[in-house]
Ligand binder design. Structure first.
Ligand code: GCU
Length: 392
C-alpha cells in the first residue's frame, strides 16, 4: 500500500458526464434516464453484483413496543419479512417532536441491543464465526448491551427530534466467506447465475427497512437519512445509489470500495478488498486488483449516484487505510453532476484541516482520531440533516 502522496500514481477519472457510447450528458433528464441506469449496471456487473428482486410481499410485524429513555421515546421492534426471509428492525421515535418526524437509518455491527444500554431491546441472534475454532459458527447475541453506544448517540439523536431505525448486519447476512447461506439471501429469489455480494444483500435489506418506515405514520419517510460506517458506509452508498427514497446519505470512513478513489492506490486497494473480503463483491471485481484503470467507474461515480440529494463524506486523521484525501477527492469529483442539477455540491472546498467541515449539498470533514463514529461526527450529521430537511 501507498502511504505518501508522492507515490500516488497519476490517474484520470472516468468522466461522469460522458456516456458509454461517448455521448455527453447535458441535461438532468439524460442523467436520470440514461447515465444513472448505466452507472448502476456498471456497479452491479463490476463491483457489487446484482441486487435480488422483490417478488413477494414485504410485511412487517411489531413484536415489541414500549417507552424508552425515561419516556423520551417509543421503542418498536419490528420483524421485516420478505417471503421466508426476515430480520429485526429496532425503531425509536422521539415522544415530544412534531409528527411525522425525520429519521436516521443505519445497520449496526453487533446487534440492536448494542446501540444503547436501553434495557427494553430484545437481543436478536446473529451469525458469528469463532475465530479460534475455524469452521465453527454460532448464531447468538454475542456482545454486551450498550457496547456500541458511543457510535450511535441514540439519546442525542432523539433529543434533536429524529427517529432512529437500525438492524444488525450479521442477522441479515453473515460476514464471512460462505455467509450467504446464513441470513436472508438463502431465502431470496435469486437465480443461480445471478451474483449478489454481501454488500448488495445488506443494501437490499436497507431498502426493505425503508419499505417498513414508509408504513410508520410517526416517521416521515421523505426525510430519512441513511448512515453507514466503514463496510456499512460502502453499503449505505450502494443502497442510496439504487434507492432514491433515501433523502440524504452519510458515508462515515467508508474507504476503499466506498468514497475513496481507487485509482489513487493509497491505503487499502481493490487487491486488498478482494483478497480479504471476496464475499462482499461480485466475482468480477477481482479483475480490477492492481488494474484500477480498467474499472469503468470509480468512487466518484458511486457518490454521484446520490445526486442531487445531500451527501456527507467523513474521514478520520488516523484512518489512513481508508485514504482520507481519497475520500475527499471522491466527494469533490461529484461536482459536475451536482452542478448539472444547479446544485453547489462541495463548492470550492480544498482538503480541509482536521475538524473543519466544508461544503454545501456535498459536505466533508476530517475528524481528529481513529476509524470510528463519534459524538463529533453525529453533531455534524445532525446539523447537516437539520439544514437540508428544513428546506424540503
Ligand atoms: C477493514 C476493511 C475496510 C472496511 C473496514 C470496516 O478494515 O479493509 O475496507 O471498511 O474493515 O468495515 O471496518
Amino acid at each position: 500500500s501507498i502511504y505518501d502522496e508522492a507515490s500516488v500514481p497519476v490517474y484520470t477519472l472516468p468522466d461522469l458526464l460522458i456516456q458509454e457510447d461517448g455521448l455527453p450528458v447535458t441535461t438532468t433528464d439524460t442523467w436520470q434516464q440514461k447515465r444513472r441506469p448505466e452507472l448502476l449496471r456498471l456497479f452491479a456487473e463490476n463491483v457489487f453484483g446484482q441486487t435480488p428482486p422483490v417478488t413477494g410481499d414485504v410485511d412487517f410485524e411489531v413484536t415489541g413496543e414500549g417507552t424508552a429513555f425515561g419516556g423520551r421515546a417509543m421503542r418498536k421492534e419490528i420483524v421485516v419479512r420478505i417471503g421466508e426471509a426476515r430480520f429485526h428492525l429496532l425503531l425509536y421515535v422521539p415522544t415530544d417532536s412534531p409528527k411525522p418526524c425525520p429519521a436516521f437509518l443505519g445497520l449496526n455491527f453487533l446487534g440492536n441491543h448494542t446501540v444503547s444500554d436501553e434495557p427494553g431491546v430484545t437481543p436478536v441472534p446473529q451469525w458469528k464465526r469463532d475465530g479460534e475454532k475455524p469452521g465453527v459458527v454460532y448464531h447468538l447475541p454475542a456482545t454486551p448491551r450498550g457496547d456500541q453506544a458511543s457510535r450511535w448517540q441514540v439519546e442525542t439523536v432523539l433529543k434533536r427530534g429524529y427517529a432512529l431505525a437500525t438492524a444488525c448486519y450479521e442477522e441479515i447476512e453473515a460476514d464471512f466467506g460462505g455467509g450467504a447461506k446464513r441470513g436472508i439471501r438463502a431465502s431470496l429469489p435469486i437465480t443461480e447465475d445471478a451474483e449478489c455480494g454481501a454488500i448488495g444483500t445488506w443494501a437490499y435489506a436497507l431498502s426493505r427497512a425503508m419499505d417498513c418506515l414508509e408504513h410508520e405514520p410517526a416517521v416521515d419517510a421523505r426525510r430519512v437519512a441513511l448512515i453507514g460506517h466503514s463496510r456499512l458506509g460502502k453499503t449505505a452508498l450502494w443502497a442510496a445509489a439504487q434507492d432514491e427514497r433515501f433523502a440524504l446519505v452519510i458515508a462515515n470512513n467508508s474507504g476503499e470500495g466506498g468514497a475513496a478513489i481507487s485509482r489513487r492506490r493509497f491505503g487499502e486497494n481493490i487487491a486488498d478488498l478482494v483478497r480479504n473480503f471476496p464475499h462482499w463483491f461480485a466475482a468480477r471485481y477481482a479483475h480490477y486488483a492492481d488494474n484500477e484503470d480498467a474499472l469503468p467507474v470509480d468512487a466518484h461515480s458511486l457518490l454521484a449516484l446520490t445526486a442531487p440529494r445531500p451527501l456527507y463524506v467523513a474521514s478520520a486523521t488516523e484512518d489512513l487505510w481508508a485514504d482520507p484525501r481519497g475520500e475527499f477527492l471522491g466527494a469533490k469529483a461529484t461536482e459536475s453532476v451536482y452542478h448539472l442539477f444547479g446544485n453547489k455540491g462541495l463548492g470550492n472546498a480544498t482538503f480541509p484541516a482536521p475538524d473543519t467541515p466544508v461544503g454545501d449539498t456535498v459536505r466533508y470533514h476530517l475528524r481528529t482520531g481513529k476509524h470510528d463514529v463519534t459524538a463529533y461526527d453525529w453533531e455534524q450529521y445532525l446539523d447537516f440533516a437539520d439544514t437540508h430537511f428544513a428546506t424540503r
